[in-house]
Design a binder for this molecule. Structure first.
Ligand code: SDX
Length: 432
């Protein structure tokens, strides 16, 4: 928790002045401490959407939106995507440092041996309609984990917090894969301990009992990189949801289920599905100007999915890596001149040349290219956001653990600017 001010701000309201401490971070903007403002000045701050509000202090992830920089525990995302792998990044996010070879082996063994679900949980999947969106299934099944894993719901017990963290990271691929299998009427495929995390997920999604399935190393490397690029992103909407849910003392499975529900929205994690659907609706390069005009039209609710970001006012560094990976994966899969990829590249080019987007600093974000890779790998669009949720579980869990480790954390309870009726007496119906 920040506790040593580096300078002081003075606020004057009418004839009173108030001194507000300012804290300086290791990176990013200073913060103005308003924790005592209401008690001292009797006023609230007003910041719908939290565009200027730091909700916590954290040491996990840093984003410089102007530079287009993303650091996980200080390590740049492009280096981690190139040189590391998802479970090593999970260790880094959870424990703060890159693991030694022994620490990594122990961690990977632990995760590998928690990938199976309680056998009875299968019946949860069968309660859904086959055409349920896999995100609906994930929200339900992850929330139900609190009914199956009672030995890791006591958040006051550090060991239970650890077990719950490992269970969530380990079981999310199984839950996502089974949600997919259920939606296409195929049998559930159990995890295999001889496969890597990403290869295991592909195996559970695409293998069938009728024949052997070989996991393509190109696809498992691309899958692992997509997991890494989505692992954490400081205090985004779904992470803030997890933190707020956790602040009431809710169990970890309920908190992560809340994060999945929030991520589903098309303005957030649902954008990868919405973006590919948009690119398909555009269809050909000659239709791009029409859609760019719609995106700029104040009277048209249409927005370019996969474009823009609350924090990045430069290229999202994940989009840069994803774009390179899209070229590599489609090339390695022998998918020449993918028309959707051509539309995406031309759309990006034309948008970035348009003053509307450059003046508003709207650039491609992590969701702009990811759907193209996932579709090339064989996933339906309905599985794009579940894969985002699977990847982000480690970020949610790391931020959840960090909040619980702060002895001064308290229940989140924002206030409001009230514009409703002042007190008035009840009117009987005969007098209305
Ligand atoms: C993710 O927060 C995170 O870190 C999220 C995430 C993560 O890893 O957790 O990075 C993942 O959610 C990425 C974002 C995915 N969403 C989309 O791609 C959906 C399309 N993008 C927009 O809906 C929008 O850009 C947001 C929601 C991402 C950001 O919205 P903001 O910050 O609230 O900005 P805004 O809506 O106030 O827009 C500012 C201006 C507006 O115009 P004016 O009212 O000032 O005239 O830019 C315009 C907007 O109309 N604008 C767009 C646009 N995005 C913003 N115009 C056209 N197309 C767009 N995509």
């Amino acid at each position: 928790m920040a506790d040593t001010p580096t300078k002081t701000a003075t606020l004057s309201i009418d004839d009173q002045t108030f001194d507000l401490p300012i804290y300086s971070p290791t990176a990013g903007p200073d913060v103005l401490d308003i924790r005592k403002l209401y008690a001292q000045a009797g006023v609230f701050t007003y910041d719908p959407g939290f565009t200027s509000t730091a909700s916590c202090d954290s040491t996990i992830t840093f984003i410089d939106g102007d530079k287009g920089e993303l650091l996980h525990r200080g390590y740049p995302i492009d280096q981690l995507a190139e040189k590391s792998h998802y479970l090593e990044v999970c260790y880094l996010l959870l424990y703060g440092e890159l693991p030694s070879a022994t620490e990594l082996e122990t961690f990977e063994n632990t995760i590998t041996r928690h990938t199976m679900l309680h056998e009875q949980m299968q019946y949860f999947f069968r309660g859904f309609r086959r055409d349920a969106h896999p995100m609906a299934t994930m929200v339900g099944v992850v929330g139900a984990m609190s009914a199956f894993y009672h030995d890791s719901t006591d958040i006051s017990d550090n060991k239970q917090r650890e077990i719950a963290s490992h269970r969530l990271i380990a079981k999310m691929p199984t839950i996502a894969a089974w949600a997919y299998k259920y939606s296409i009427g195929q049998p559930f495929v159990y995890p295999r301990n001889d496969l890597s995390y990403a290869a295991n997920f592909l195996h559970m999604c695409f293998s069938v009992p009728a024949e052997p399935y070989h996991v393509d190393p190109i696809l498992s490397r691309a899958m692992d990189r997509i997991f890494t690029l989505h692992a954490d992103h400081e205090q985004n909407a779904s992470t803030s949801t997890v933190r707020l849910a956790s602040s009431s003392g809710a169990n970890p499975f309920a908190c992560i289920a809340a994060g999945i529900a929030c991520l589903w929205g098309p303005a957030h994690g649902g954008a990868n599905q919405a973006c590919l659907e948009m690119l398909k609706e555009i269809g050909t390069v000659d239709k791009i100007p029409e859609y760019i005009a719609r995106a700029k039209d104040k009277n048209d609710p249409f927005r370019l999915m996969g474009f823009g970001h609350r924090v990045y006012k430069n290229f999202d560094p994940r989009a840069t890596v994803m774009k390179k990976s899209a070229d590599e994966v489609l090339d390695l899969l022998g998918i020449e001149n993918n028309p959707i990829l051509q539309v995406a590249k031309e759309l990006e080019k034309q948008a970035l040349e348009d003053p509307y987007f450059s003046e508003k600093k709207l650039f491609p974000n992590v969701d702009f290219y990811s759907g193209i890779i996932l579709e090339a790998m064989g996933f339906p669009t309905s599985m794009f956001t579940p894969i985002f949720a699977l990847s982000r579980t480690v970020g949610w869990v790391s931020q959840w653990k960090e909040q619980l480790a702060d002895p001064q954390h308290k229940i989140g309870r924002p206030r409001q600017l009230y514009l409703g009726s002042t007190a008035r007496d009840y009117t009987d119906i005969e007098n209305r």
